[in-house]
Design a protein around this ligand. Structure first.
Ligand SMILES: [Cu+2]
Length: 506
C-alpha cells in the first residue's frame, strides 16, 4: 500500500513490516515537507544540507583544548566549576554563530585528573529555559552522580557532581548533557568535552605527548546559525556539513620526521560514523573507550562510531604532509541526502625533513586486562525501527525489545557484581552504536549472516557499534547499585525511544 494512501485515510497504523520500511526508503523523503503534519519538525529543505554548505577556513594551527583549571589546593582533589550557557563563536569568516558552551568553550574545556582523585564539579545550568545534566560518559561514577535523564538540573540552578576515580580507571572519557528529550539538541549546539583520567604509572613514553582530538559535526545555515533538526535528522541522526577537530576544520600540526604522537580521538558527533585512516603515517591502537589495551595493535583503518574513542600512537616516518582522512562507510541511510562519508580531511600533519630526536619505543605490554568470567545469565536486546501515522503526522520509533523508552519503567533488573552476557540484536535498517552507563564491558563475539567472529583483541568499551543485521554479544558487570541507562548513541534515536532502564540491585 502506498504511503499517501495511509495519509489520505488518516490511519493511525504502525508500519512495522520490512516492506513498509523499504517503501519509506524508496519514496522521495523531501516531499514530506509539503505533506500535512510534516512541517512541524522540518523547516529546512532536507536535500540541501550538503549543497551550498558554508565554506570554513582550513589549515590553521591545531588548537589545544584549554584545560579546566583545578581550583583545589589539596592533593588528590579535583575541584572546578562548569557553566553551560549560550555563547557566540565564529566558524565562517565574518559570521557569528550562536552556540551552547561550557565555560564559554565548545568543545568544553579538557578535564584531566588522576586515578585515585576525588572529583567535585559544580555544574551551573545557565542555558536558558531548559533543564540539563552532565553525564560522565563511560566513567565509573555512582548512579546518583551519573547525570542521567532521571536527575535533571533545572534551568538557572547549580548542582555538585562528586565521585572518586578508582585505581585502574585511566581512560579517555567525555562529558555531555543527557536531559530527557533535549540531549541531541544540546550536544549538536556545542555541549561536549573530553575527560581524561591519567595513571601515574602510564607505560606510554611521555615523549609521545598526549593530544586530545574531539571530533564534532557542524551544519550552518546561510545566516551562520545552526538550523534545527529536520525529518531526515530525526530518522538518520543529525549529520552536518563539516567534521571539526577541536572546533576547527582540517587544522594543521607540525612534527619532525620520525616523531611519534599519542592521539586520543573522540567521536563526539550526534550521528556521524567516521571510518578513518592516515595517509603518510602509520597508526597503532593502544587504547579504547575505557583505557589501554594489553598490547599495541597496528591498524590501517578504524571505524569510530558516535561516542566511541580510540587512543593511538601515530608514527610520522616520511617527510611531507600526512593526513587523517575518512573512508566510505555505509551505516544505512533512510531517504535521500546520504552525506558523503569518504574523502574528508580531518587533520593535516606537516612532517619536516629534520629528523626527530630519538624517542623510547612503545612497550610491548601496556597493562593486563582480565577477561570477565563466565556469565551468570544472558539477556537479549533486539533493536528495531518503526514508522507510525497519527493525527499530527508521521512518527518514527526506535525501539528496544519492542518498547520505546519510559523513564517510569524498569526494563532490566541486574545484580551488582554479577557478570551478564548481553546479546544486542540489530534487526533495523541502520547501524546503532550501543552504549551502557555505569561500567565498561568487553565485546565477546559478533555474528552476521550466521558467521560468528571474535574480536582480535580484548578491550574495555562503553559503546559498541551494532551494524544492521548484526548481533553483538558482550560481557558486562555493574559494580554499583542504582538506575542506569542503556541506549543508542545516535542521539536522535535515543530521543525517539531507543533507550532502556537498568536497575542494579545489591
Ligand atoms: Cu540508533
Amino acid at each position: 500500500m502506498h504511503r499517501r494512501g495511509f495519509l489520505a485515510a488518516g490511519l493511525a497504523t504502525v508500519l512495522a513490516s520490512p516492506r513498509a520500511l523499504a517503501q519509506m526508503k524508496l519514496d522521495d523523503m523531501s516531499s514530506m515537507d509539503s505533506m500535512p503534519g510534516m512541517s512541524g519538525h522540518a523547516g529546512h529543505d532536507m536535500g540541501a544540507m550538503s549543497q551550498g554548505a558554508t565554506m570554513l577556513p582550513e589549515g590553521k594551527a591545531l588548537r589545544e583544548l584549554p584545560l579546566l583549571a583545578n581550583e583545589s589546593g589539596r592533593p588528590g582533589l579535583f575541584k572546578a566549576r562548569l557553566t553551560a550557557e549560550p555563547a557566540v563563536t565564529r566558524f565562517a569568516e565574518g559570521q557569528d554563530t550562536p552556540i551552547l558552551a561550557y565555560n564559554g568553550q565548545s568543545p568544553g574545556p579538557l578535564i584531566e585528573a588522576f586515578e585515585g582523585d576525588r572529583v567535585e564539579i559544580t555544574f551551573a545550568n545557565r542555558i536558558g529555559e531548559e533543564a540539563s545534566t552532565i553525564h560522565w560518559h563511560g566513567m565509573p561514577v555512582p548512579a546518583d552522580q551519573d547525570g542521567s535523564p532521571m536527575d535533571p538540573v533545572a534551568a538557572g540552578t547549580d548542582r555538585i557532581y562528586a565521585f572518586d576515580l578508582p585505581e585502574g580507571s585511566a581512560g579517555s572519557y567525555w562529558y555531555h548533557p543527557h536531559p530527557h528529550g533535549k540531549t541531541a539538541e544540546q550536544v549538536y549546539r556545542g555541549l561536549a568535552g573530553a575527560f581524561v583520567v591519567k595513571s601515574k604509572g602510564d607505560p606510554v613514553p611521555a615523549d609521545y605527548g598526549d593530544t586530545v582530538l574531539v571530533l564534532t559535526d557542524l551544519r550552518l545555515a546561510a545566516d551562520g546559525s545552526m538550523p534545527d533538526n529536520t525529518m531526515s535528522d530525526l530518522m538518520n541522526g543529525r549529520v552536518g556539513d563539516h567534521v571539526l577537530v577541536n572546533g576547527q576544520k582540517n587544522p594543521r600540526l607540525s612534527v619532525a620526521m620520525g616523531a611519534r604522537r599519542r592521539l586520543r580521538l573522540y567521536n563526539a558527533t550526534n550521528a556521524r560514523f567516521l571510518k578513518i585512516a592516515f595517509d603518510g603515517a602509520s597508526m597503532t591502537i593502544i587504547g579504547t573507550d575505557g583505557g589501554l589495551l594489553e598490547k599495541p595493535v597496528a591498524a590501517a583503518e578504524i571505524l569510530l562510531s558516535p561516542a566511541e574513542r580510540i587512543e593511538l600512537v601515530v608514527s610520522f616516518d616520511k617527510p611531507g604532509p600526512a593526513t587523517l582522512y575518512t573512508l566510505d562507510y555505509d551505516r544505512g541511510w533512510m531517504g535521500p541526502g546520504r552525506p558523503a562519508d569518504a574523502g574528508l580531511t580531518l587533520l593535516t600533519v606537516d612532517v619536516s625533513e629534520t629528523p626527530a630526536q630519538a624517542v623510547p619505543p612503545l612497550p610491548e605490554r601496556l597493562r593486563p586486562i582480565a577477561p570477565l568470567p563466565a556469565p551468570a545469565l544472558s539477556r537479549r536486546l533486539v533493536l528495531t525501527e518503526t514508522m507510525a501515522m497519527n493525527a499530527t503526522g508521521m512518527e518514527m520509533g526506535f525501539l528496544i525489545n519492542g518498547k520505546a523508552f519510559d523513564m517510569a519503567r524498569v526494563d532490566i533488573v541486574a545484580k551488582a557484581g554479577e557478570t551478564e552476557l548481553w546479546e544486542i540484536v540489530n534487526q533495523a535498517d541502520m547501524d546503532h552504536p550501543f552504549h551502557v552507563h555505569g561500567t565498561q564491558f568487553q565485546v565477546f563475539e559478533r555474528e552476521r549472516d550466521g558467521i560468528t567472529s571474535k574480536p582480535s583483541y580484548l578491550a574495555w568499551k562503553d559503546t559498541v557499534n551494532v551494524a544492521r543485521g548484526e548481533t553483538v554479544r558482550l560481557l558486562l558487570r555493574q559494580e554499583r547499585r542504582g538506575l542506569r541507562m542503556y541506549h543508542c548513541h545516535i542521539l536522535e534515536h535515543e530521543q525517539l525511544g531507543m533507550m532502556g532502564v537498568l536497575d542494579v540491585q545489591a
